[in-house]
Design a protein around this ligand. Structure first.
Ligand SMILES: *Cc1c(COP(=O)(O)O)cnc(C)c1O
Length: 370
């Protein structure tokens, strides 16, 4: 047997290593660690890269969502419609803001919020829709935007998996009132720890988030409202500034690997299905296939030295943490959670390793069928 090992991903710096180390040195030497020049520079560089007027650095992606909602005045007594298939943090952020998440089922092909289900979930307390651009592909923003304007709802975009993704050519995060980004180390743009940002073209909203992230202070020691401590620190901001120039190239590499998987894996159908690419602006945070015999496939790939993960095994409404939110049966999401499997895909993955993963699946796939 071969001693092959293809990890799900690797996080050590590669071509960005010198720039990352230089950035850390610069921050250490300057001796300024919170809310300083690196955060300010990153905010303007990130806003420009995402096509937004403003960006506010915060502690993580969850806080980014919660702070947008709070800055919009959404809280206790309000409902926010969101998806059952995402990191649970999407819905937990709604709870953090004091509002109630209401789940609408997903579109079976795109795997993001189904606008028809959203329409059904809108009630008198609904204030916002929180679509998640899952796996790097935008939700159906045109239909969601139409619904939102008809019902006077805010659209807050969870862009935590979708750095540089577009929807019909428009950058995600700029379509709704604001977008929330995470720079958790595994994301398409990752820090060396937790970090996040809000983007918006509404300057007043940006100012309110900026105040909320820093304890609600207007001036030093003057707290106008009960904000939180969720500041992006100088070290992470400097690391993100060092990596941002690489993001376009890394995204192109992700798309190239996804195309390679798509053509190689066509041979594994119907045992293994690939969700269709619905938008050319997909940035492939994850490459996810569906298999009825998923446990079997995952175990056999593991035996072949190929690491896979499941994003996500439990629909959010079935999480005990969210048991007291409005019950929602989301059969499409429930079924997806039983079949989805994420394959290794990151900018450092070689063509050879991608081919080996695909070949292993095509062989296993036919085994599963027989
Ligand atoms: C990662 C992620 C979050 C949470 O971001 P953190 O920085 O870990 O708080 C929220 N939503 C989605 C879709 C994510 O992938």
């Amino acid at each position: 047997m071969t001693a092959r090992h293809i990890p799900f991903m690797t996080l050590a710096p590669r071509e960005d290593g010198a720039a990352v180390r230089g950035a850390i040195e610069r921050v250490v030497a300057r001796g300024w660690y919170v809310l300083g020049p690196e955060v300010e520079a990153f905010e303007s560089e990130f806003a420009a890269a995402m096509g937004a007027a403003s960006s506010v650095g915060v502690g993580n992606g969850t806080d980014a969502i919660a702070l947008i909602l709070r800055a919009l005045g959404i809280g206790p007594g309000d409902e926010v419609i969101t998806t059952p298939l995402s990191a649970a943090y999407s819905a937990l952020a709604v709870v953090m803001a004091g509002a109630r998440p209401v789940f609408a089922d997903i579109d079976p092909e795109r795997l993001t919020l189904d606008p028809e289900q959203v329409a059904r979930a809108i009630g008198p307390r609904t204030r916002a829709i929180l679509p998640v651009h899952l796996y790097g592909q935008a939700a159906d923003m045109e239909a969601i935007g139409r619904l939102a304007s008809r019902h006077n709802l805010a659209v807050v975009e969870d862009c935590c998996q979708a750095h540089l993704a577009t929807s019909g050519g428009r950058p995600v995060g700029t379509i709704g009132i604001a977008g929330a980004f995470s720079f958790y180390p595994t994301k398409n743009l990752g820090a060396l720890g937790d970090a996040g940002a809000v983007v918006t073209s509404d300057r007043a909203l940006a100012d309110r988030v900026r105040r909320l992230r820093n304890g609600g202070q207007t001036d030093r020691y003057h707290h106008a409202e009960a904000g939180v401590n969720s500041r992006l620190d100088e070290m992470q901001a400097a690391v993100l500034r060092a990596r941002l120039p690489f993001l376009r190239g890394w995204t192109a590499r992700r798309r190239a690997l996804a195309a390679r998987y798509r053509s190689a894996l066509a041979a594994a159908s119907p045992a293994i299905e690939m969700p269709r690419e619905m938008d050319a602006g997909h940035v492939y945070h994850l490459f996810v296939v569906r298999a009825k015999a998923r446990a079997d496939l995952q175990a056999r790939l593991a035996a072949d030295g190929i690491e896979t993960l499941i994003h996500y095994p439990i629909p959010i409404p079935r999480q005990p943490a969210l048991a007291d939110t409005r019950p929602a049966d989301c059969p499409i999401a429930n079924r997806a959670c039983e079949e989805i499997l994420s394959l290794p895909l990151h900018p450092g993955l070689s063509d050879e390793d991608a081919d080996a993963v695909a070949a292993a699946i095509v062989n296993k796939g036919s085994g599963v069928v027989s």
